[in-house]
Design a protein. Structure first.
Length: 315
């Protein structure tokens, strides 16, 4: 079979197994979610060359299969589970089992045909894991600090010890991340470009490098939509609702929000844009989201063109 035959595949991912559905054959089968299972998938799909394989993002359980299939040149799209579930409801498929979900994902691949995007390689996955762990440690540190003042004296020493340990853990992770960045010249160069922008610090830069590898490879509308800062219409008949943003990568959006708050005070270009929107009567929240989008578009162009801020801001 050739790619022109149109083979569409859906893979429902769980911790221990990969349930596979294929169209037009209608076959559904299961393999283990481990290296042996991925080898079986490659043996099945390498000769057949599917038009597209779709699987849901499942908190990392999909990475082994997605990386293995993508590395073999097979187009893979990892989609938001809500998007796939909404499609199933629209098709009237309300039952939910692993095999049913695999068949639905195959149908989703055939009908919707989401665009395959470059997947993180092993080093990218490691960078993402380190950044995520740092975020977890910082969140625990903040929680313990907030807990300390209202805790009875008998427990305070334990919390203080934990705070000290978390600080050491954060320092160690910061050192590992700094070292890890040096392994790839592209990361080093892009980190330098990103941090040249007023408002963008090491945390924002690391988050973008780890969580948004597409930065610089998409156009302005695509990157804004991917992160979830593109305004979407909600109109029906004579009703014209206010456009809003939703979906996208929440971790990137949260970090971009904090960077934008700083940029509205210390980045001349973003500050002027924010003040102009507020003066025009825009709500502050709307103005901030617009500034997030503008900052993201600037960063995207800088990475694409490898242009530092002092040159990009006048472009």
């Amino acid at each position: 079979m050739s790619r022109d035959d149109g083979i569409w595949v859906g893979i429902d991912v769980s911790k221990d197994s990969l349930d596979v559905g294929a169209l037009p054959s209608g076959q559904v089968w299961s393999v283990p979610n481990d290296e042996a299972g991925v080898v079986q998938l490659l043996a099945e799909f390498s000769p057949a060359q599917p038009s597209l394989i779709v699987m849901e993002a499942t908190g990392g359980y999909e990475m082994l299969a997605a990386l293995g299939l993508s590395a073999a040149g097979i187009p893979v799209a990892v989609v938001n589970p809500r998007q796939a579930r909404d499609f199933a409801k629209a098709m009237g498929r309300l039952a939910k089992t692993d095999k049913v979900d695999a068949a639905i994902l195959a149908l989703f691949a055939e009908r919707i045909r989401p665009e395959p995007r470059p997947l993180a390689d092993a080093e990218q996955a490691m960078l993402k894991a380190l950044v995520n762990r740092r975020t977890q440690v910082v969140q625990m540190l903040v929680a313990e600090k907030n807990r300390l003042p209202s805790t009875i004296p008998a427990v305070k020493d334990h919390i203080k010890e934990h705070i000290d340990w978390l600080r050491q853990e954060q320092d160690q992770l910061d050192a590992e991340l700094a070292s890890y960045l040096q392994k790839t010249q592209v990361w080093t160069d892009n980190d330098r470009l990103l941090q040249s922008v007023p408002g963008v610090g090491i945390v924002t830069s690391l988050t973008l490098l780890a969580e948004l590898p597409e930065l610089g490879s998409l156009n302005r509308k695509q990157i804004a939509s991917l992160v979830g800062v593109a305004p979407l219409n909600r109109d029906s008949g004579k009703m014209h609702a206010r456009r809003s943003t939703w979906g996208g990568r929440s971790s990137v959006r949260a970090t971009l929000y904090m960077a934008t708050l700083v940029a509205t005070q210390h980045n001349h270009q973003i500050k002027i844009f924010y003040e102009r929107l507020c003066a025009a009567g825009k709500a502050k929240k709307v103005a901030i989201v617009a500034c997030m989008r503008k900052l993201l578009v600037i960063l995207n162009a800088m990475i694409r063109n490898q242009t530092p801020w002092h040159a990009a801001k006048t472009a």
